[in-house]
Design a protein around this ligand. Structure first.
Ligand SMILES: [Fe+2]
Ligand SMILES: [Fe+2]
Length: 510
């Protein structure tokens, strides 16, 4: 038995470790923490952790730590990659995972043949390491179910010599393992809930993006570029963001914001998102039919005039000829007007001359078969055809821009709390520009958080480079990057971010 003082200290340490474990909710960090703390508690040179899968068929080797190998200068230790092995009693860890027994082994190389399990020396051979003393305990949850195995290797004395694990510590390590099991269960549960929540967000947002061929896959791309840019900032040690290092929780917050940034497009009508000409096909068809009618009316009008001449005793040849000439001119002009409208309908730019011509057509009127006087073009048609740049009317631009307000409203309704509470602010800030020319709040640089600026760069780049858009050719890399630089030079985008984006090849993220 260790002295009472020692025991008290050990219990206090145990308590502290318990508290530390219960506050770590990230599963992989938690597993590393468990191994690190139990190793330091038992003065073990190395340690590993295995998790039993749900169906009790596989053992997942999750963590491996080894101080000797880490400190060794002559050879680099192999990089550990988690892997799985069948859950059988043949391996030491498997034996503990199945039986729940604690194993305190004096020398892994001199196991009794009756033990029924073997020590696998492959790792030792590859890394020139000698595993000797081992302590393995099962991690049991509150219902006594074994969820994993903690394996401690080579207990060291004060002189650094490998000694057996003190049997008096077994029950403490066992109780530590149980606390660890509870923490692991919690972290697994949180991970599962997060996975469901994330999948729900990703599927809904992707479905909203897929409403229009222009935006399909957009949010996913933006999230990938955003996260790559945020990580690149963490690795940057110069410039204005040299000291910025996003924590895992902060990265998570940025990721949610990036995925959700355009969720508000659900509030924008599909045909507005999809608009690829000034007038839709149906609207163009209606306009063509009207122009055909106008031609028919002109012909009928001429016929009527000829008939009047005939009643009045017949017209002179020259008079009839003049009527036909006039009709010819009229028909030609109607054709020209229609051809002009068809031409500008497919373009994204209307110059002063074009607008003047369109205004002339707008002034023209005709009288239909019922005697009603109407304009060649309706107000709606003129509004759509007279757009100078692009093909969206002011009202439609406003509707598209309103998606950011919808995003803010929707994301505000998701109860993001604690380390995620700024998701709505970051998501809704992705169309703000540093010079105040953005929307919807026209914020200027000092009011736009770095996280929102990152999403803005990712958003613009994705829209430029996006492939597989029907009716829109994707821009090439050099031109897309040049546009980002131009926007930065105009102080609309953050210069330092654009530089990191280009220098760190963040654009390769997808
Ligand atoms: Fe947007
Ligand atoms: Fe976007």
């Amino acid at each position: 038995m260790p002295p009472v003082q020692d025991m008290r200290e050990r219990l206090e340490t145990l308590n502290k470790i318990g508290v530390a474990l219960s506050s770590e909710t990230n599963l992989s960090l938690l597993l590393e923490l468990i191994v690190r703390e139990t190793r330091s508690f038992t003065n073990a040179d190395a340690g590993s952790l295995y998790l039993v899968d749900e169906d009790n068929e596989v053992l997942h080797f999750e963590v491996a730590q080894n101080d000797t190998l880490r400190k060794r200068a002559d050879m680099k230790p192999e990089t550990f990659k988690p892997y799985s092995l069948p859950l059988t009693k043949d391996s030491i860890a498997g034996y503990v995972a199945i039986t729940g027994e604690t194993l305190n082994i004096l020398d892994a190389y001199s196991l009794s043949p009756e033990a029924g399990f073997e020590f696998n020396r492959d790792f030792d051979k590859r890394n020139k390491y000698r595993t000797k003393s081992m302590l393995l305990v099962a991690m049991k949850d509150t219902e006594g179910k074994i969820i994993g195995v903690l394996q401690l290797i080579n207990s060291l004395d004060d002189g650094g010599n490998v000694v057996p694990f003190d049997p008096s510590i077994e029950s403490l390590v066992s109780s530590l393992a149980s606390q660890a099991a509870v923490a692991i269960k919690n972290a697994q549960l949180i991970k599962e809930i997060k996975a469901v929540f994330e999948a729900l967000i990703q599927y809904s947002v992707s479905a909203i993006d897929a409403r229009s061929p222009f935006t399909a896959g957009h949010s996913k791309g933006v999230a990938l570029y955003t996260m790559a840019l945020a990580r690149a900032i963490n690795e940057t040690h110069e410039g204005p963001y040299a000291d910025v290092s996003f924590s895992l929780a902060e990265l998570e917050e940025i990721n949610y914001a990036a995925w959700l940034h355009d969720i508000g497009k659900i509030g924008v009508r599909e045909w507005v998102l999809d608009k690829r000409s000034r007038l839709s096909e149906a609207e163009t068809q209606a306009l063509i039919s009207r122009f055909e009618s106008i031609k028919a009316l002109a012909i009928a009008e001429t016929e009527k005039k000829k008939a009047t001449f005939a009643k009045g005793g017949g017209a002179k040849k020259e008079e009839l000829g003049a009527l036909d000439e006039e009709l010819g001119r009229q028909l030609e002009q109607i054709e020209k007007d229609l051809a002009f409208i068809k031409e500008i309908n497919g373009t994204n730019f209307l110059d002063d001359q074009g607008l003047e011509k369109l205004e002339e057509i707008r002034e023209k009127q005709y009288i239909d078969f019922n005697g009603h006087r109407s304009h060649y073009l309706s107000e709606f048609e003129f509004e759509n055809l007279s757009v100078r740049k692009g093909n969206l009317t002011k009202g439609e631009i406003k509707e598209i821009q309103s998606h950011v307000i919808h995003t803010e409203n929707i994301v505000n309704k998701i109860p993001f709390k604690g380390s995620l509470k700024k998701v709505p602010i970051f998501a809704a800030g992705h169309h703000e520009m540093l010079d105040g020319s953005g929307y919807p709040k026209h914020l200027s640089a000092e009011d736009i958080p770095l996280q929102a600026r990152i999403i803005t760069v990712a958003d613009i780049y994705e829209a430029l480079i996006a492939k597989d858009r029907p009716y829109k050719k994707s821009m090439d890399l050099a031109r897309s990057l040049a546009i980002l630089e131009e926007e930065a030079a105009k102080n609309r985008l953050d210069k330092a971010l654009v530089r990191i984006f280009i220098e760190n090849k963040v654009y390769e993220a997808t």
